[in-house]
Design a protein around this ligand. Structure first.
Ligand code: F6R
Length: 611
C-alpha cells in the first residue's frame, strides 16, 4: 500500500525522504517519488520513477542531486491509473507550484476532473490525486491552508495528504481522513509519515492525526487544526519500538525473523495477562451484566486475521455456548448482519488500518454492537474507533505475509474465550486451570518447534516444485489449513486450496492424481482417526502426503503418509497456534527455493487501505 514521508528541517531533505521511504517498502508499492523546494530556482523539484525505490535513488545519486531542506516523498501502489512515472506521486498542479502525495482514494475525482477540465485545467496523469493538486491551485489565493480547507469540502473518499507549495517554502501541510498519517516532532525539524517506521531514526515523539484534522509543519513546530479550522492541541506519545525491531536484525528476510520472534511475541502478549492463575486484562473490561446479556458474537476480519476468527469461532462456541458468526470484512456490510446491543463484535486486524474491516466495524457500531478489537498497531484507526482494544504487542510486522501477528492474535482470542467462559461459568474450573497452564507452556513449546526447522526445510526441498497443493483437515485443522494454504500461495505463488477433509468426496477428490501433494493436518486428537482415513483415501488416488501431527501420533501417521511434520502435544485450545509454525516455515522455505521475493510478494500490500 502507498507510503508517505515528509521532512522540514535544516538538513538535506532528499536523503532523509529516500531513507524514510525505504522503511516503507514493506508495505508494497510499484513506484516512488519525491518533491522538494529548490531554493536556487524558487520552484519545486519533482522526481519520480516506476519500479523499486532503488531506481529513483540511483537517479538522484542517493538524494545528492536535490539541494533542499524541505520535501515530501511517496511510494505508490496503483489504484487509479497503471504504475508509471507519470502516475507516480507527487502529483503537481498545472503551474508546478503545488505538489501532493496521497494515500487513499478520492471517490468523486471523475466529477472534479470534469469540473476542472471545463475550466481549462489540463491533466497529465490518470490519477485521482492530480485532482487534489489542481483543485488546491484553483482555490489558491495566497493562503495555502485556506485553499486546502476549501478543497476538503469538495473531495470525498479516504486520504492522507502531504502538500508542498512553492510560495510557502517553509511549510508542509498535512491532512488526514480514513487513511493513517502521523506527525513526528524533532529538534529543529518535523516530519509526517504514514507509518512510524519511516521516521523512527529521527524521532520517537509522534502525534496521531485524527480524521478531518489538518497540520501545518514548519521547522519550528507543528500547528494542528480540526475540520472547522480551529486550532487544536495535539497530544504526543513516545514510541518505544526499537529501530532494530523494525529492521531485519541479521536475518535474510523479515518473514523469517518474524517467524523466529514468535515465542517472544507470545510472551509479551500473554505474560502480563496471566497472573497467579488469573486472567488479567488491564487494558479492557466488560461488566458481568453485559456478558450475561450477550446473545451473539460476530468476528470480523480479512485474510489471515479472518482465519484467526475461524479458529476463534470453534473455541468461543465450545467454551461459552454463545453462537459465533465469522464474517469477512469485505462481506459484512452486504449480508444484513444481525447485530444489536447484545452482540459483541470482535474486530481483528494486525495493521488496524484495513479499510474493509474498518467499514465493517463502523456498520456494526451503527447497528448497536459493542466493538472489541484485537489489534497490533497501537493508535491505529481500528483501535481508536473501537469501544475496547486488546493489543497483541507483537511488535512491528514488516513482511507482507503475517506470522507473529497471526499467532499472537490467535493466542489472545483464545485467552479471551477462556476469560469469557470463566465469567459465564460455562467451563469447570479444573479445565480452565489446565488451559491456563497450556498458555504458560506455549512459548517454550513453540521454541521447540522452531528448533526443528531443518526438518521442515528438508520437506520443502522434497516438494517445492509442485504446481498445486491441497491442505486438508477437520475442525481446528481445517481452520489451520486455510492459513497454511494462504501462507504458501501468497509467497511461493503455488496454487493451493484448503478443504475440510469431509468435503473431499463432494468434488475435490477428482483433482487428486498421481503425485498431487496433499498436506494432511491431523493435530486435533479427537479427530485423529478420521484424519487418518482421509489420508488413506487420498493415498489410494496416488497423492503424496505430507502430514502434520502431534508427536505421539507420529509413528502411526508415518505408516501411511510419505512425510510427517510434528508439533509437541498441547491443550487443543492452543494446537493451532503451534500447528501453524511448521506451515509458515514450509511456505517460507518453499518460496526461498523457488527464488521468490518473500517479504514483498507480487501484487500484495501489507496494509490494505482500499476496498
Ligand atoms: C496474509 C496477510 C493478510 C492480512 C489481511 C488483513 O499473510 O497478512 O491476509 O491478514 O490483509 O490485514 P490486517 O490484519 O492488518 O487487517
Amino acid at each position: 500500500m502507498c507510503g508517505i514521508v515528509g521532512y522540514i528541517g535544516k538538513e538535506q531533505a532528499a536523503p532523509i525522504l529516500l531513507e524514510g521511504l525505504s522503511r516503507l517498502e514493506y508495505r508494497g508499492y510499484d513506484s516512488a517519488g519525491v518533491a522538494v523546494f529548490d531554493a536556487g530556482t524558487g520552484s519545486l523539484a519533482v522526481r519520480k520513477a516506476k519500479g523499486r525505490l532503488q531506481v529513483l535513488s540511483d537517479q538522484l545519486h542517493g538524494g545528492a542531486d536535490l539541494d533542499s531542506t524541505v520535501g515530501v516523498g511517496h511510494t505508490r501502489w496503483a489504484t487509479h491509473g497503471a504504475p508509471s512515472d507519470v502516475n507516480s506521486h507527487p502529483q503537481v498542479s498545472r503551474s508546478g507550484r503545488i505538489a501532493v502525495v496521497h494515500n487513499g482514494i478520492i471517490e468523486n475525482y471523475a466529477e472534479l476532473k470534469a469540473f476542472l477540465t471545463a475550466q481549462g485545467v489540463p491533466f497529465t496523469s490518470e490519477t485521482d490525486t492530480e485532482v487534489v493538486a489542481q483543485l488546491i491551485e484553483y482555490f489558491y489565493q495566497g493562503d495555502l491552508l485556506a485553499a486546502v480547507g476549501r478543497v476538503l469540502h469538495r473531495i470525498q473518499g479516504a486520504y492522507a495528504l502531504g502538500i508542498l507549495c512553492a510560495d510557502c517554502p517553509g511549510q508542509i501541510v498535512a491532512v488526514r481522513k480514513d487513511s493513517p498519517l502521523i506527525l513526528g516532532y524533532g529538534e529543529g525539524c518535523n516530519f509526517i509519515a504514514s507509518d512510524v517506521t519511516a521516521i523512527l531514526r529521527h524521532t520517537r515523539r509522534v502525534g496521531y492525526m485524527e480524521d478531518g484534522e489538518l497540520a501545518v509543519l514548519t521547522r519550528e513546530g507543528i500547528r494542528c487544526y480540526n475540520h472547522l479550522m480551529q486550532p487544536i492541541e495535539k497530544e504526543t506519545v513516545t514510541v518505544d519500538w526499537e529501530i532494530d525491531a523494525a529492521e531485519k536484525g541479521g536475518y535474510e528476510h523479515f518473514m523469517f525473523k518474524e517467524i523466529m520472534e514468535q515465542p517472544d511475541a507470545l510472551r509479551r502478549c500473554l505474560s502480563p495477562r496471566i497472573r497467579e492463575g488469573e486472567i488479567v486484562f488491564e487494558d479492557f473490561s466488560l461488566d458481568e451484566e453485559y456478558i450475561r446479556s450477550m446473545r451473539r458474537i460476530y468476528i470480523v476480519a480479512c485474510g489471515s486475521s479472518y482465519h484467526v476468527g475461524m479458529v476463534g469461532k470453534y473455541h468461543l462456541e465450545r467454551l461459552t455456548r454463545i453462537p459465533v458468526e465469522v464474517a469477512l470484512g469485505s462481506e459484512f456490510r452486504y449480508m444484513a448482519p444481525i447485530v444489536d446491543e447484545h452482540t459483541l463484535v470482535i474486530v481483528i486486524s494486525q495493521s488496524g488500518e484495513t479499510l474493509d474491516t474498518m467499514a465493517a466495524l463502523r456498520e456494526a457500531r451503527r447497528l448497536g454492537g459493542h466493538i472489541l478489537s484485537i489489534v497490533n498497531v497501537v493508535g491505529s484507526s481500528i483501535a481508536r474507533e473501537s469501544d475496547q482494544v486488546l493489543y497483541t504487542w507483537a511488535g512491528p510486522e514488516i513482511a507482507v505475509a503475517t506470522t507473529k501477528a497471526y499467532t499472537t492474535q490467535l493466542a489472545l482470542l483464545s485467552l479471551l474465550a477462556l476469560w469469557l467462559a470463566r465469567q459465564l461459568g460455562t467451563v469447570p474450573e479444573e479445565d480452565c486451570r489446565a488451559m491456563l497452564a497450556a498458555f504458560q507452556e506455549l512459548p517454550g513449546k513453540m521454541e521447540e518447534v522452531l528448533s526443528r526447522r531443518d526438518d521442515i526445510q528438508y520437506f520443502a526441498s522434497q516438494y517445492f516444485n509442485h504446481d498445486s497443493i491441497f491442505f486438508i483437515g477437520r475442525n481446528l485443522d481445517y481452520a489451520l489449513g486455510l492459513e497454511g494454504s494462504l501462507k504458501l500461495k501468497e509467497i511461493s505463488y503455488i496454487h493451493s486450496e484448503a478443504y475440510a477433509s469431509g468435503e473431499l468426496k463432494h468434488g475435490t477428490i477428482s483433482l487428486i492424481e498421481d503425485g498431487t501433494l496433499v498436506v494432511a493436518l491431523s493435530t486435533y486428537e479427537v479427530l485423529f482417526a478420521k484424519a487418518m482415513s482421509n489420508v488413506v483415501e487420498v493415498k489410494a488416488r496416488g497423492a503424496s502426503v505430507l502430514a502434520l501431527a502431534t508427536a505421539p501420533h507420529r509413528e502411526e501417521m508415518a505408516r501411511t503418509a510419505d512425510s510427517v511434520m510434528t508439533i509437541p502435544e498441547i491443550h487443543a485450545l492452543l494446537l493451532p497456534v503451534l500447528g501453524v509454525v511448521p506451515l509458515q516455515l514450509f511456505a517460507y522455505y518453499v518460496a526461498l527455493m523457488r527464488g521468490c521475493d518473500i517479504d514483498k510478494p507480487r501484487n500484495l500490500a501489507k496494509s490494505v487501505t482500499v476496498e
